[in-house]
Design a protein around this ligand. Structure first.
Ligand code: HEC
Length: 158
């Protein structure tokens, strides 16, 4: 591959990595059956879990509402919301996804699109929020979106 030695942008290095993963060239890393796609999307989901945790703590104790922190977390989710889905293209990269991700690809895309919509709405609501009440409905929608997708598309391990 002629392009390997040139000083490529991160983006094209990234797509080379993805391509290698897609055609199965990448060896399993140390974690169980891990693959770069699985790793990337799990990392994203973990960050989402952290963001939801920060906002969820405020939902549980509304007097601790901090508008700046909430705004930051909501903006992060909205900006990140499109990120993991390209890492679900390879049906060999199963991870903890259910087979429905590929057999019901339209359903999965619909969940992913809904997630992008509700996180954008939460981010919009957060911009002028002065209390938890201002963001609570939109926050609830985001939580429902995580849950709804996990119901069909994430393997249950508990
Ligand atoms: C469109 C579907 C979808 C949406 C929306 C979604 N997830 Fe996930 N999530 C998945 C799938 C599929 C997996 C399993 C990924 C894997 O193991 O490869 C997963 C895995 C996870 C994991 C486990 C990561 C790991 O290390 O194994 C966490 C945590 C998580 N999601 C949190 C969230 C949170 C929080 C939200 C909402 C803010 C969310 N997810 C929204 C589909 C979704």
């Amino acid at each position: 591959m002629a392009q390997v030695h040139t000083n490529k942008s991160f983006k094209s290095l990234f797509s080379v990595t993805l391509m290698a993963a897609a055609i199965g060239l990448t060896a399993c890393s140390t974690s169980t059956g891990s693959n770069p796609d699985v790793q990337a999307r799990q990392d994203t989901m973990k960050n989402w879990g952290d963001a939801m945790g920060v906002m969820g703590d405020m939902a549980k104790a509304p007097d601790t509402f901090d508008a700046d922190v909430f705004k930051e977390q909501a903006a992060f989710l909205a900006e990140d919301a499109a990120k993991p889905w390209s890492h679900f293209e390879d049906p060999e990269a199963v991870g903890n996804a259910t087979e429905a991700v590929w057999s019901n690809a339209d359903g999965f895309s619909a969940e992913a699109e809904n997630f992008q919509k509700v996180t954008a709405e939460l981010n919009a609501a957060a911009q002028n929020a002065t209390s938890m009440d201002d963001v609570k409905p939109a926050f609830g929608q985001v939580g429902a979106s995580c849950k709804s997708c996990h119901t069909d598309f994430r393997a249950k391990d508990e």
